[in-house]
Design a protein around this ligand. Structure first.
Ligand code: TYD
Ligand code: MG
Length: 452
């Protein structure tokens, strides 16, 4: 009998090697290789094959009118780009316990209420356990079916019998195929199962939701390795100490990326948050130094967040720069610009920057906010409460224009702000459109003069 053929696969990124390696040459992870069986001929047999059509001339291809299933949960629909596309494969990643199962069960309930046959397959929980959760969120539609199972070969016939229009697999790490010898949850299994499910979705027009866990260090075969296989990747984020959760589209073949939906975890499931700016600003204290509001863009939607800074004397040889919610490297650069171009000496100061509400912001428009709030804390002078600011800051202290200035101001106006410091370049497009005091600034020095 010949020895079964094995291969070593990095469990972090999926890199394959014929022998064990201590460090992955592709992603750099240490001790991430695991031995997995390769049974090429066997597993090819199990794969569902398409019937290949003839190549078609582009001018003869017709497009059917796009149909999308709207769930009625507008935060979810918008994140997906207007609803669920039939035949699409959607991956929802997130830390364990963040609320992925709850969210998807609610989505399935809404689809079922509209008469779509939906199936929730769980490899983690029994049907009774899903029902307990369903009771909390009052999901009891007669079109919502539950199934507990982990073997793909057992699940596929059930899918064919029931013919649901939307299916959830919770979670992809628990499902395995018999055609591969490796353990459930290993990267080989997860990828193989995903490819098989994708063929199934494309051939039958079912909308398929896959739930995947991401661990903090990405040690388990995580959704990262699947991102290129699926149509849409959503991440469900939030931290345990806040009840707010953000659903973020990081990849979307059928809509815009970077779109977000905001939810709040309640006793009876997730509730949509229609006006997140109001919530992120709700606990703002008045007239303290080191606080300013910045209108950020999250996808197509403006979001007002409060940037806080605390600057205090340091007892360390190398002062501390700690940030929550913004990139620490960005903050280091901006602190250097503020010292050199703004004449604010921060060399022996500890600096802490925080975005209130536990949200993460990753766009250059917050630069002006970081500079303003740091200067305010250093000088111990509050920035007036009705002021917002946004803009990108360059290394020579110049302030650059950012996109969507109008949308940002509109949101600020809606929430009652009356004064806005913007890049000088953006002012032309804003003049006369808003009943607000709009001040254009072109350098860090001008900004500090306008603020204090
Ligand atoms: P869950 O959806 O099981 O998370 P995941 O699938 O991402 O692991 O939900 C996790 C947490 O949410 C759990 O700690 C309980 C809490 N929860 C509520 O606060 N309210 C609810 O209505 C439900 C269903 C769960
Ligand atoms: Mg779960």
């Amino acid at each position: 009998m010949s020895k079964p053929k094995t291969i070593f696969i990095c469990q972090n990124c999926g890199y394959q090697a014929p022998k064990w390696l201590g460090r992955c040459p592709d992603c750099g992870a240490w001790n991430s290789f695991a031995e997995e069986l390769t049974e090429i001929s066997h597993h090819d047999k199990g794969r569902d094959r398409h019937i290949l059509g003839m190549p078609q001339r582009i001018d003869t291809v017709t497009i059917d009118k796009e149909v999308r299933h709207k769930t009625g949960i507008s935060e979810f629909d918008r994140t997906l780009g207007g609803g669920v596309v039939p035949g699409s494969l959607i991956l929802i990643g997130g830390d364990p316990g963040i609320g992925k199962s709850t969210l998807i069960l609610q989505v399935m309930q809404r689809l079922a209420q509209q008469g779509l046959k939906t199936l929730y397959i769980s490899g983690e929980e029994s049907v009774q356990q899903i029902k307990i959760r369903a009771q909390r969120i009052s999901a009891d539609s007669s079109q919502l079916y539950l199934l507990s199972g982990t073997c793909l070969e057992d699940l596929v016939p059930r899918l064919d019998e029931l013919a649901p229009q939307a299916v959830v697999i919770d979670s992809i790490q628990t499902i395995y195929t018999e055609s591969m010898g490796s353990a459930p949850g290993s990267i080989g299994q997860v990828r193989e199962v995903t490819v098989r499910l994708m063929n199934l979705a494309k051939n039958s027009g079912k909308a398929l939701f896959l739930i995947g866990h991401v661990t903090k260090d990405g040690a388990i075969a995580g959704p990262k390795a699947l991102e290129h296989l699926v149509d849409t990747v959503l991440y469900f984020e939030g931290d345990g100490s806040h009840s707010y959760r953000i659903l973020r589209a990081v990849k979307n073949r059928f809509g815009p990326t970077n779109e977000i939906g905001v939810f709040e975890m309640m006793d009876n499931g997730l509730k949509e948050v229609g006006n997140p700016s109001q919530i992120f600003l709700a606990e703002r204290s008045s007239d303290v130094s080191g606080s300013v509001v910045v209108p950020c863009m999250e996808g197509s939607r403006p979001l007002l967040v409060e940037m806080q800074a605390l600057v205090c004397s340091s007892s360390l040889a190398i002062p501390r720069r700690t940030t929550i919610g913004v990139d620490p490297n960005r903050v280091s650069v901006l602190v250097a610009v503020l010292s050199k171009r703004g004449g604010v000496n921060l060399s022996n100061k500890d600096i802490f920057i925080n975005v209130a509400g536990g949200i993460k912001i990753d766009e250059p428009a917050v630069d002006l906010g970081i500079i303003s709030t740091t200067a305010s804390s250093f000088l111990n002078k509050p920035i007036s409460r009705n002021t917002v600011t946004f803009g990108e800051v360059g290394l020579s202290g110049e302030i650059r224009g950012v996109n969507q200035a109008e949308l940002r101001l509109k949101e600020a106006k809606k929430l009652g702000f009356s004064r806005c410091l913007v890049p000088k370049k953006s002012i032309q497009s804003l003049k006369g459109k808003f009943d607000m005091e709009i001040i254009g600034v072109s350098s860090v020095t001008e900004l500090l003069e306008a603020l204090f």
